[in-house]
Design a protein around this ligand. Structure first.
Ligand code: CUK
Ligand code: CUA
Length: 765
């Protein structure tokens, strides 16, 4: 044991020497020297200082970006632009065990298509946060999958996906996930028209195809969408696009635009002009103006038709009940965004150089007076565009998306073709500033910029192309997310962040102080449902249940062993492992992989997760921990032993290290353990001499160290017992195990001591 410690010390000093040697080239430079050597301007250095976060520092905001084809969500900090987490949603993600443990497999299984097809990816576009009175509350995140019309619910206690609902009547969705002001509904609008019953119907009947907008009822207490309390409004086959929900005076309304009211069907292979030609033929498309509060009442009154189990308000009902209107919008529009005060609806026409600002009050008056400019082919009343508009402002080429500032009347719009962000005043219709971005920006995001109280400060440009911005890595480039300072009159570019996993579309950012994530799970939690797992066991009550054809393991993991470590089975058995991580220490995650099997669990402190292996083949399969959790991580292992059918199950041979221990060996180890205890006692004396109870982080560390010391006490008692019997072999083993627990306790104790010293702990009497 001693030699192992000495080796470590030698290694550390060797590394220290190497680092000093390599670093001497510019370790002594001044700031001016560095600026000169790296060719940095003062502005560069200022930008760096605005984003740099010293070790242990925190961000002001946390951002959730959709991952596009990655199928999940990307979490990064602002202003540091450090990626903090990838959240698996519609995709399998082995690091988090998502789609690998039985608990999350159940979530992915529930997200099959109505026809029963399992899908292991998603095309995520629009994340949105739960809101209370129009502002983010930090409880839940929602996101859509465009490719298979689905909405996912992510809990922000542990940043994990907890539910996926599948839309049974739409072909695709794009105008989701948007959230009403008190998270009553999560909105999902279709994109490409289809048949609501999902049956075949020829393209000659395209005008009979339909779109729809689904209002998924969210139960905040359960943290779940309730499909039985959700409904869809049938819409014409106009290729609905983005949606924005109302605020303040427009609270009860939602707005969904459309990109192909031409209802054009391409067919380039048979000589027809392509979709893009026909779908951009008209100068205007149509914005859907929907009273969802009224629709809810219509749904509750039962004026719906069930299609594939979904309650549908048919078009005719929607028209008769006065909950659906249209207003022309130029031209092949994309972004639609309701202003923070809820009075204006800002629409970007991709093929128009203008943004159009609609006045909600004017539209209401037209609706009340039944002052319509006409009807569409499906009988939906159309409001007059001019009479509905507040102002139109020429911004540049390819306006896409809009986000609001904390300053009144200020909005930012992305210009895809121009590769610019434009800052303008939507009350007065004035352009204020423009900044180039690299390149071809899609969405943009300001802090809490789609709520009733945007926070301003920063803007992130979510650029579609990076081209020459980063170190080349082949034809597939990362995306380029650019951080822009918007606190002054002029926008200032601060930072380029390469994002090399999927393509974010929209992103949302929330003040860090609104989030209250867990440090550890309550002991034995199924993290995917946040409920107590029926498979959790406490240390000391681990067991293996056997029945014909089945071996079920109820085990625990703690540094650095599994209990049980040897599992015997027979060929053809189903083997089920349930592991509970008995650690309480922050960040002490263990993994669980079974060699040559598709099994990889992530076991965070307190979590219970399961893995089922069906029809095991005869063989020797080590299982091991996949997180480097302690000095003896590599020894955190076990064996799944699968005997051939009818073959005998052999027990491990009697213990032998190939060395016979003597009393002298044992006494030597015993003394070392007592010396180690003296070191631990001195650390404990320091900790208890200061006001450690004022530091929750330290309190948690102390409780974990106390656990380890109790385990050490048990091991010491066993060592004592065996030594009394003169069984030096077992006595020595338990003395070693005692020392293992001591080392863990010492490690935690020293971490607590460092924390206290760095955070100004004070002596107590
Ligand atoms: S969309 Cu991709 S840039 Cu799906 Cu909101 Cu506009
Ligand atoms: Cu547990 Cu490595």
């Amino acid at each position: 044991m001693k030699s192992r410690l000495m080796k470590t010390t030698m290694l550390a000093s060797a590394l220290g020497m190497t680092a000093a040697f390599v670093g001497s080239a510019f370790a002594d430079e001044s700031l001016q020297d560095v600026m000169k050597r790296r060719n940095l301007t003062e502005e560069n250095v200022l930008a760096a200082a605005k984003t740099y976060t010293p070790t242990g520092g925190r961000d002001e905001f946390l951002s959730f970006a959709s991952g596009g084809q990655y199928g999940g969500v990307i979490v990064f900090g602002i202003p540091s632009m450090r990626i903090i987490k990838y959240i698996a949603v519609f995709n399998r993600e082995p690091w988090q065990g998502f789609g690998y443990d039985d608990e999350s497999k159940a979530i992915l299984a529930s997200s099959k298509t109505p026809e029963g097809k399992p899908i292991t990816w998603g095309d995520t576009h629009h994340p949105n946060l739960s809101k209370t009175n129009g502002d983010y509350d930090g409880q839940y995140l929602f996101i859509n999958d465009k490719s298979t019309p689905r909405i996912a619910v992510i809990g922000l206690k542990d940043f994990e996906t907890r539910q996926i609902v599948v839309n049974p009547i739409l072909t695709t969705d794009h105008g989701g996930a948007f959230v009403t002001n008190n998270t009553e509904y999560v909105v999902e609008a279709s994109q490409y028209p289809g048949t609501l019953d999902r049956k075949y119907q020829g393209l000659d009947k395209f005008n009979d195809y339909r779109g729809g907008i689904t209002y998924w009822k969210f139960n905040r207490q359960k943290g779940m969408i309730e499909p039985e309390n959700s409904f869809t409004i049938e819409l014409p086959p106009y290729s609905q696009d983005l949606t924005s929900t109302g605020k303040g005076p427009s609270n009860d309304w939602s707005f969904t635009n459309s990109l192909c009211t031409e209802r054009y069907v391409g067919g380039i292979e048979s000589g027809r002009p392509p979709f893009e030609a026909g779908c951009s033929a008209h100068d205007t498309d149509l914005l859907h103006v929907i009273n969802w509060k009224k629709a809810e009442a219509v749904f509750k009154a039962g004026k719906v038709e069930k299609i594939n189990g979904m309650a549908v308000i048919r078009l005719k009902t929607a028209i008769d009940e006065g909950l659906l209107y249209l207003v022309p919008e130029p031209k092949s529009p994309h972004g639609v965004d309701v202003s923070p005060d809820g009075k204006y609806v800002v629409v970007s026409g991709k093929l128009d150089t203008h943004d159009s600002v609609y006045d909600f009050d004017k539209m209401q008056k037209l609706i009340e007076a039944k002052d319509f400019a006409g009807k569409d082919p499906y009988g939906i009343p159309i409001l007059d565009m001019k009479k509905s508009l507040h102002v139109q402002v020429a911004l540049g080429l390819g306006p896409l998306h809009n986000q609001f500032d904390s300053k009144p009347c200020i909005v930012y719009t992305s210009l895809y073709v121009d590769s610019q962000v434009v800052k303008w005043n939507y009350c007065e219709g004035k352009v204020l500033d423009k900044i180039p971005v690299f390149y071809n920006i899609g969405h943009l995001m300001t802090m809490e910029g789609d709520t009733e109280h945007p926070k301003g400060k920063y803007l992130v440009a979510l650029n579609k192309l990076a081209i020459d911005r980063f170190d080349p890595v082949g034809p597939l480039h990362p995306q380029n997310e650019e951080l822009i300072d918007i606190s002054g009159d002029k926008m200032k570019l601060l930072y380029d962040m390469p994002l090399p996993l999927g393509e974010p579309h929209y992103a949302v950012a929330i003040s860090l102080d609104k989030l209250k994530p867990l440090v550890r799970y309550k002991y034995g939690t199924n993290s995917r449902t946040e409920e107590a797992s029926p498979f959790a066991v406490r240390p000391g009550s681990e067991h293996i249940d056997r029945s014909p054809g089945k071996v079920e393991v109820f085990g625990t993991v703690i540094r650095s062993h599994y209990n049980p470590e040897i599992v015997q089975a027979q060929e053809g058995d189903t083997v089920i492992y349930h592991w509970t991580n008995a650690e309480r220490a922050e960040d002490e995650t263990h993994g669980f992989a079974v060699a040559q099997h598709d099994v990889q669990l992530s076991l965070e402190p307190g979590k219970t997760a399961s893995a089922t292996i069906q029809n095991v083949k005869a063989g020797v399969y080590p299982y091991y921990c996949t997180e480097f959790c302690s000095a003896l991580h590599l020894e955190m292992e076990g064996y799944l032993m699968v005997a051939p059918k009818g073959g005998a199950v052999a027990q491990p041979a009697a213990f032998s290290t190939g060395q016979t221990y003597t009393k002298a060996d044992f006494d030597k180890q015993y003394k070392e353990n007592l010396d180690t205890q003296a070191v631990i006692d001195s650390v404990v004396a320091y900790i208890t001499s200061v006001n450690y109870k004022d530091f929750p982080t330290v309190v948690a560390l102390v409780s974990d160290a106390t656990d380890q010391l109790n385990f050490a006490k048990d091991a010491r008692a066993k060592a004592d017992d065996f030594s009394k019997k003169g069984d030096w072999q077992n006595a020595m083993l338990w003395a070693n195990q005692w020392w293992q627990y001591q080392v863990k306790a010492a490690d935690i104790g020293l971490r607590a001591k460092t924390y206290l010293e760095q955070n100004g702990a004070k002596k107590v009497k």
